[in-house]
Design a protein around this ligand. Structure first.
Ligand code: NAI
Length: 344
């Protein structure tokens, strides 16, 4: 029996509901198999605090460091006060510099747009999320945007390599280098250099972020791989989620050189938490990304077969109209998970 241990952060708000639903599908997909994924629940966020622990307990960090992979539900961050984001902290602690968010039209989910197939690659460690903020004088506060040549080049190389491996045709970098000439200027310049020097085979274009957003909502099919610094990548992810049915259907992964954390793009959705109505699909899709990633990394084709069978099962649900409320259906979180299991 081959066993792969995976730490799981259930998260806050809808996190525990959708994570349980997702694990039930993953468990059903691995029954009778000699290749077993074993979940290691680890705490982080409000639930960790409620248990009298630290926001991110050392055991959580140790288990993720040991297993080199984790599946994560959303964690809440207070607005305008309180502790700093757990998500940002995890990404920084493990140097998970590349966030990947595939945004695709989904069978059975009607939207204004057809044939959307975008991959958002977001620099995860710098920009305005460096967390360097201070009060200059009462009534005047400032936030520092950080860009280093090392991080800009690293994400540009990662993005082009990813695009190349996946056979993607074009990479668009979004920036505001007309205003932020040094920081966004560096992001744009390094991406352009990586294109010319290493990947001239991939079409490269740049868009000023505001006009770029307009172009994306006009016709997303004109775009392919999008490369953005931290804040723009965050905003663009939610914007693009709106093109394909919302936050309930966009998965994500955070990659470092040798450690990855898989999580949905969406947050803890406090407005619907505790009601068993959230869509678990984005986290399930993130788990499918994780299975495919592990299949490749560990040379275990059985895991990618498992990923494919889960994807086929949820696709069938959506095509059959079995959906949660955010997609216009009536199903609860757990009913949707059960429907996916029935299709496995
Ligand atoms: P959010 O993504 O939690 O919710 C935005 C809207 O989308 C809400 O109306 C919500 O009900 C809906 N929504 C989100 N996920 C859904 C799902 N799976 N099914 C159905 N509807 C869904 O964003 P918001 O409200 O800005 O943030 C709430 C909290 O989440 C904040 O504390 C924020 O810091 C945190 N957050 C955490 C993230 C993470 O852990 N990776 C990412 C984004 C936000």
């Amino acid at each position: 029996m081959t066993i792969i241990e995976i730490p799981v952060i259930y998260g806050d708000g809808i996190g525990p509901e959708i994570t349980s639903a997702v694990l039930s599908v993953l468990d059903a997909a691995q029954s009778n198999s000699s290749l077993k994924l074993v979940w290691i629940p680890v705490a982080a966020g409000l639930s960790a605090l409620a248990e009298g622990d630290e926001l991110i307990p050392q055991r959580t960090l140790d288990e993720i460091a040991r297993c080199r992979v984790a599946l994560k539900g959303p964690c809440a961050t207070p607005v305008g006060e309180g502790f700093t984001s757990i998500n940002v902290k995890l990404r920084k602690t493990f140097n998970l510099y590349a966030a990947v968010r595939p945004v695709r039209s989904i069978p059975g989910v009607e939207t204004r747009y057809k044939n959307v197939d975008l991959i958002i690659i977001r620099e995860n460690t710098e920009g305005l999320y460096s967390g360097v903020e201070n009060e200059v004088t009462p009534g005047v506060v400032m936030s520092m945007k950080v860009a280093s040549e090392v991080a800009c080049r690293r994400i540009a190389k990662w993005a082009f390599r990813f695009a190349n491996r996946r056979g993607r045709q074009k990479l668009t970098v979004f920036h505001k280098a007309n205003i932020m000439k040094l920081t966004d200027g560096l992001f744009l310049k390094t991406a352009s250099e990586v294109h010319v020097n290493d990947y001239p085979n991939i079409d490269f274009e740049s868009n000023i972020i505001d006009a770029g957003c307009m172009k994306i909502v006009q016709d997303p099919t004109k775009f392919d791989v999008l490369l953005l610094e931290n804040l723009y990548g965050d905003v663009m992810s939610d914007l693009c989620a709106g093109l394909v049915g919302g936050l309930g259907v966009v998965p994500g992964a955070n990659f470092g050189d040798d450690l990855s954390i898989f999580e949905a793009v969406h947050g803890s959705a406090p407005d619907i938490a505790g009601r068993n109505i959230a869509n678990p699909l984005a986290l399930l899709m993130s788990a499918v990304m994780m299975l495919n990633f592990l299949a490749e990394k560990l040379q275990l084709p059985a895991l990618s077969q498992r990923a494919t069978s889960i994807k086929m099962a949820y696709d069938k649900c959506l095509i059959d109209g079995q959906k949660t409320r955010d997609l216009g259906g009536q199903m609860t979180t757990s009913e949707f998970a059960d429907a996916v299991i029935a299709n496995l």
